[in-house]
Ligand binder design. Structure first.
Ligand code: PRP
Length: 215
């Protein structure tokens, strides 16, 4: 039996990822146990799971130590690794936006300070603009940037908009929409095709079924 190793993103996507796999009859119960373990296996041994920081998912898959990864499009854009993006899983929908105090028109400034976790995406977005740009890397609570005066704007994901609202900020510009994606290592897709293809096909059918049912 060929075992598939799946790198899953901790945090906002984890629960829905497990739910989707359970709907396919895949055993993810070991992932739900409270433990400091880092590697888990399904009861039938068909799957091995690693639960890692979202930004590390593309790294594990690119290096081939995970065959498959489940992670947000935002992270894939930022990490920009040569992976096969096989499937839009339809959950974890959010928008990458430039946000700040819209009434202050911060994008009209000659020098714009941008706080973000996504320095790569921010670099691309602002590369062709007339202003001089300073990108400030933060690892979380990015909204603090404009609130506390560290930056003029942020580039971040907006899901419900609650964090922006709670901090008096708003969307100034929408860059793109994102959702969870299934990615595959390029070599694994060839060497483990008989195991990986049916897994992807099953995921695709379940995603389509959910879409049809408006779930
Ligand atoms: C993300 C993102 C925003 C927030 C957006 O942060 O960076 O801060 O969620 O979601 P909302 O529009 O539903 O409020 P996350 O919760 O992942 O934590 P972090 O700030 O530690 O990165």
């Amino acid at each position: 039996m060929t075992q598939i190793t799946i790198a899953m993103a901790k945090g906002r996507l984890a629960e829905q990822t497990m739910e989707l796999m359970e709907a396919l009859g895949i055993d993810v119960s070991p992932l739900k146990e409270k433990s400091r373990k880092l590697v888990f296996e399904s009861g039938d041994g068909r799957f091995r799971y690693i639960m890692v920081k979202p930004s590390d998912v593309p790294t594990y898959v690119d290096h081939g130590v995970a065959d498959v990864g489940i992670v947000g499009k935002d992270t894939l854009m930022e990490e920009n690794r040569p992976l096969y993006e096989m499937l839009d899983l339809g959950f974890g929908k959010c928008r990458i936006c430039v946000c700040g105090y819209a009434e202050q028109e911060p994008l009209k400034k000659a020098h714009i300070r941008v706080a973000t976790k996504y320095t790569g995406i921010a670099g691309q977005v602002f590369a062709t603009r007339g202003s001089s740009i300073e990108i400030i890397k933060l690892n979380g609570s990015v909204e603090l940037g404009p609130v506390i005066g560290l930056s003029d704007v942020i580039l971040d994901i907006v899901e419900s908009g609650a964090t922006l609202r709670a901090n008096g900020l708003s969307v100034i510009e929408e860059i793109c929409t994102c959702s969870a994606r299934l990615v595959v290592n390029r070599v694994s897709l060839k060497t483990k095709e008989t195991a990986i293809r049916p897994f992807i096909d099953g995921m695709r059918r379940e995603v389509e079924r959910r879409k049809e049912q408006g779930l």
